[in-house]
Design a protein around this ligand. Structure first.
Ligand code: ARG
Length: 444
């Protein structure tokens, strides 16, 4: 009789295994947040007279002890316990008796899992922002360091116009700023308190939802209790969009890396110990890191679709398959955070080829430069274009291989300072301090 809801009948073992699924393993990741939710909920219960001061003291002490055990990896969901919510409540009751049985008044596992997920996602989103910011700084540093090293720019994968390592690194940095706009939207939708919606229809107890909102450091609450329950699926959907946006940036960068590492390009290189060999070809130094990253990040771009397919047309109210969303979102965070960290690590070790443009096959990169020079000397653009075209056809094109780009965002004026300011502003708009303060007060 280990289920919270069990009265007399034992549930069929096959049904139990099928419905519990991977919860025991995945819920472990939410355990600390489940305890935080209970710390706030029980303080609130005491404030409205549903728990006395002595019980609250006992409960808070023991919850904090469990919080520490979780932090020390001393916590497991026992084999016949359904989920983390049951495990924490059972531990409490086992250790402190009657008081433990009182914590679930005015709450359902439906709003309990909602608040656990919001707290967990908030924590993971903060890590995503921090790791994105670290990668951003690495890219800006490389952009500045190599701003004078030219690189062929391509359109249609055909040699087009001069580009530079300054532009290339800086482009991905600026892309990450925009990706964080999506993460900020996800953060804002996540950062609202669903606790107190109970099974999805509220409670006849006079719950103080504003109090738990403040205790947990949420910006606001999901006011309507039916809407609060609808947040399951909706939160995951917007987070999936945000993660997939960063993933798209990383996947494109990973593809560029693979291309530029190929001997046919040879624009960049890495120390041998960061590449991998072949079991048959002794000369190989393969870019497996970037390939795995490309694959993981391409797969992450399917996430919004996976979440949509699982939740589309579900009517309002709780449904058990919402549980499966954890199987989509939890590994997605792990994969993306791994990729962000690996990208930073690899870039700390990249070398760039400084003489790429000495190769005569890149001579035509300068065709537009030459046209523009002649325009500046008074020739109409169309005539200048034709003249250079004829020179190229006749084999008489011998450009000076220099560039003079000065406008905003061009080779000679990268505006990395402006881009960095945009990133600083973006990161500070999340308001992580407020959340950290609330949580550390709750566990103190
Ligand atoms: N493991 C469940 C989930 O993630 C917890 C909520 C269970 N609620 C219920 N009504 N059976 O959704």
């Amino acid at each position: 009789m280990s289920k919270l809801w069990q009265k007399t009948t034992n549930v069929n073992k096959l049904v139990e295994n099928f419905t519990v699924g991977r919860d025991r393993e995945l819920d472990r990741q939410m355990a600390a947040f489940d305890v935080l939710g209970s710390l706030a909920h029980t303080k609130m219960l005491e404030s409205i007279g549903l728990m006395d001061a002595a019980d609250l003291t006992l409960v808070q002490q023991e919850l904090k002890a469990i919080y520490t055990e979780i932090g020390n990896n001393n916590f497991e969901i026992e084999p016949d316990v359904e989920d983390v919510h049951s495990q924490v409540e059972m531990l409490l009751t086992r250790r402190i008796g009657e008081a433990g049985k009182k914590i679930h008044s005015g709450r359902s596992r439906n709003d309990q899992v909602l608040v656990d997920l919001k707290l967990f996602f908030r924590h993971q989103l903060q890590t995503v922002v921090t790791e994105t910011d670290t990668l951003f700084r690495q890219l800006i540093q490389l952009s500045e360091q190599h701003k004078d090293v030219l690189l062929p720019g391509y359109t249609h994968l055909q040699v087009a116009m001069p580009s530079s390592f300054g532009l290339w690194f800086g482009a991905y940095a600026e892309g990450l700023v925009d990706d964080l706009e999506m993460v900020l939207a996800a953060w804002k939708i996540t950062n609202k308190n669903p606790l107190g919606s109970a099974a999805g229809y509220g409670s006849s107890f006079p719950l103080n939802r504003t109090m738990t909102t403040n205790l947990l450091g949420f910006e606001s609450l999901n006011h309507n209790v039916v809407y609060a329950q609808m947040g399951r699926g909706k939160t995951e959907r917007v987070i999936a969009q945000a993660l997939s946006s960063i993933a798209a940036t990383l996947a494109k960068m990973a593809m560029d890396q693979c291309l530029y590492l190929s001997q046919n390009f040879a624009f960049v290189s890495y120390p041998e110990n960061l590449t991998t060999g072949s079991s048959i070809m002794p000369h190989k130094k393969n870019p497996d890191v970037w390939e795995i990253m490309r694959g993981k990040c391409n797969r992450l771009q399917a996430l919004p679709n996976d979440v949509a397919l699982m939740t589309t047309n579900l009517p309002s109210g709780y449904h058990r398959e919402l549980q499966l969303l954890k199987e989509l979102l939890f590994p997605a965070f792990t994969d993306l955070i791994d990729c962000l960290q690996m990208a930073t690590f690899m870039l700390q070790n990249i070398s760039v080829n400084k003489n790429i443009l000495d190769d005569p096959k890149y001579t035509y990169l300068f065709s537009v430069e030459e046209v523009n020079k002649s325009v500046l000397n008074g020739t109409p653009f169309r005539d200048a274009y034709k003249q250079i075209g004829l020179d190229i056809e006749a084999g008489n094109f011998n450009p000076e291989k220099t560039v003079n780009h000065t406008h905003e965002g061009s080779i000679g004026n990268l505006q990395n300072e402006e881009i960095t300011k945009a990133m600083d502003k973006m990161v500070s708009s999340f308001g992580f301090k407020k959340v950290e303060k609330a949580i550390s007060w709750l566990v103190k």
